[in-house]
Design a protein around this ligand. Structure first.
Ligand code: HEM
Length: 155
């Protein structure tokens, strides 16, 4: 179960990042160019929010299945002093949960806006804030906070 969850959580991160990037691109383009908010834009908004929810679910499942987090929770006093444990045990999950909440509020607010301009503007602003938080909290191989590989093998 744990290897499958870690593998999925690592892969789905790319879907989250790529759909967010695409949604922000479409958002800026539509907002600045006063374009029509098409069915394609709405699907991209929806798919982006869906991938973030899938990743959130995988993250919480991982939290309760990871031997790394199990150690953190059972040796809290000693482990909290080590940044790697603090990062995954607290910082990563707190920032990611906040980012997905912001993304979800932006997605549902954009959906309910009357004008196309307001839809693009709302989606763009909320998604950029969420993307910045997500980018900081992902343990990229080059991250100064915590480094994990770009891809995880399942076997
Ligand atoms: C958009 C949201 C998220 C993204 C993009 C993301 C991304 C990642 C990535 C890339 C890793 C490294 C995987 C690896 O070691 O190969 C990771 C690890 C981890 N994530 Fe997330 N994550 C997100 C949300 C969450 C949430 C909400 C939780 C828990 C509530 C969570 C819990 C964890 C845990 C516990 C690990 C470390 C697991 C271990 O090493 O045993 N993640 N995450």
């Amino acid at each position: 179960m744990y290897p499958l969850l870690l593998f999925s959580h690592s892969i789905v991160r790319w879907f989250v990042v790529l759909t967010l990037f695409l949604a922000i691109y479409r958002g800026v383009r539509g907002w600045q160019g006063s374009k029509r908010f098409t069915q394609t834009d709405d699907s991209i908004r929806h798919i982006t929010a869906t991938f973030s929810h899938i990743q959130l679910t995988l993250g919480y499942l991982l939290y309760f299945n990871s031997p790394f987090i199990a150690y953190f929770r059972s040796h809290f006093k000693e482990a909290i002093g080590q940044f790697e444990f603090m990062f995954f045990g607290i910082i990563h999950i707190a920032l990611m949960t906040i980012a997905v909440i912001i993304l979800t509020i932006g997605s549902s607010t954009a959906k309910r806006q009357e004008s196309d301009l307001a839809k693009f503007r709302t989606m763009t602003i909320f998604f950029i804030i969420a993307a910045l938080i997500i980018f900081i909290a992902i343990p990229w191989p080059f991250s100064p906070l915590s480094a994990r590989p770009y891809f995880r093998a399942l076997w």
